[in-house]
Each structure stands twice: as C-alpha cells, then as structure tokens.
Design a binder for this molecule. Structure first.
Ligand code: SAM
Length: 222
C-alpha cells in the first residue's frame, strides 16, 4: 500500500497529470481565452491568474455565497469574470485598478462576458479608492492581486470590512519563491508579513492553496 506523502504539490509536479486535470475540469472556456488573448494584444502584461486559479476563484465565490465582492488588481478583467461567474445575478464586484488602459480592457471583457452590469471598476490607487465603498460593507469576499507591497494594508482593510465567515484570497503568496528565503526585496518582505498576519493574526482561519504561485485563503473568524 503506497504511503501518502506529507508534501504534495498541485498536480504532483507532473505535466501529464496537469494536462489530464485541464481536460477533465476545463477551467478556461472561449470567453476567458479571448480575454487572455485580447489583453496581451492590447499590450497588458501576461500576469492574469492561471486557468485553474480562475476556476478556484469561481468555485470559492460560490462556496462563500458571495453577493458583494472586492477585487484589488483588475488588469484585463480575467479574474473578475471568474469571480462574477461564481456570484448570483444580483451580485456585485467592486474591482480596483491603477492603470486606465487596463481598466478599459477590463470594461470590454466584462461586456463580452455578459457581466458588465454587475462589475464596478474603480480607477486609482486601491488603498485610497477602497474608502469609497466602505459604506457598503460588510463584504463577502476580497481577492487581493495588485502591488505586493500593499498586501498587508489590503489584508487589514479586508479584516475590517468582511463579514465573519467571509473570505480573503491573496494571489502570488509564495512571493515567486522568495517568502521562504531569509530576506528579499520590499515586495517579498510585505508578502511574508501578509502571510504571517493571515495565518496567525487571530482574525482569520487560513490556509495556503499550493498553486504554482500560492493562493492564500482565509475565512474571517473575528
Ligand atoms: C497581477 S495584475 C491583476 C491580475 C488580475 N487579477 C487577473 O488575474 O486578471 C495586477 C494589477 O494591479 C494593478 N495595480 C498595481 N498597483 C495598484 C494599486 N496600488 N491600486 C490598484 N491597482 C494596482 C496593476 O496595474 C495590474 O493591472
């Protein structure tokens, strides 16, 4: 009887298994594929979430029963469409983006995906613009995927504006491998603080979904 290993990576690091999972779960449909391709054609950096990350977001939004959600870092709207697909017809996503061109591409993505009436794009530095929606709190879900130095402040905002039972998610939580090293640049140090606060700060019960880049997930408990 084989013993289950203590350390398990996504897809067990096997390209064959990853291909199999893509075939069975089909995480990216033609609408999402078009958004990814058009974003690149429009000159946006290729930094949208991966196909399975997008599917995780949709499924997690469904699990939480998210009606009011926040996304920090819109880019071309790929992850926003995934989140909205996991939300009901009367659900609203507030998504925050610094770059006007990214926001324009996202607007078109939301239109093409048929979710434009449920997506509110806020243009400007997220930490300032988040204040504009605080009167709608508490929120059900907050997905953090913007400047890495901002993660600790975004987490603090989420802790103060999510309902108990609401979820916070942070992409790139492994800091591109850097969090496990002794020091690192400002972004890596911020991601380390983000993870430590999420895991041990007492406001969330949290885990790490071991995707390629680390998708940290916490449920607000206090
Ligand atoms: C990794 S991308 C987001 C990807 C997107 N969530 C997706 O998967 O489709 C990060 C985005 O955050 C934006 N950004 C960076 N700093 C920001 C800030 N301070 N406030 C708002 N957006 C910011 C960038 O312009 C970029 O579009």
């Amino acid at each position: 009887m084989p013993i289950s290993p203590e350390d398990k990576g996504f897809g067990q690091g096997s390209p064959e298994l990853a291909r199999w999972a893509e075939k069975v779960f089909q995480p990216e449909d033609p609408v999402l594929a078009e958004i990814r391709a058009r974003s690149i054609r429009e000159g946006l950096p290729a930094i949208a979430v991966g196909r399975f990350d997008g599917l995780h977001l949709e499924v997690l939004a469904r699990l939480v029963g998210a009606r009011k959600a926040v996304e920090i870092g819109t880019l071309g709207g790929y992850s926003g469409v995934c989140l909205l697909r996991g939300m009901p017809e009367d659900g609203v996503l507030h998504t925050f983006e610094l770059d006007a061109h990214h926001a324009e591409v996202a607007r078109e993505s939301f239109r093409k995906a048929g979710v434009a009436n449920r997506a509110r794009i806020h243009l400007g530095p997220a930490l300032q613009k988040l204040r504009e929606i605080e009167n709608e709190a508490p929120f059900d879900l907050c997905f953090i995927d913007a400047d890495k130095t901002g993660y600790p402040a975004y987490l603090d905002w989420a802790a103060r504006h999510l309902r108990v039972g609401g979820a916070v998610l942070g992409d790139n939580a492994f800091g591109f491998g850097g969090v496990a090293q002794p020091d690192g640049d400002e972004g890596v140090r911020a991601l380390r603080r983000f993870n430590e606060e999420l895991a041990r700060g007492g406001r969330f019960r949290a885990t790490m979904i071991p995707t390629e880049e680390g998708l940290a997930l916490g449920v607000k408990v206090a």
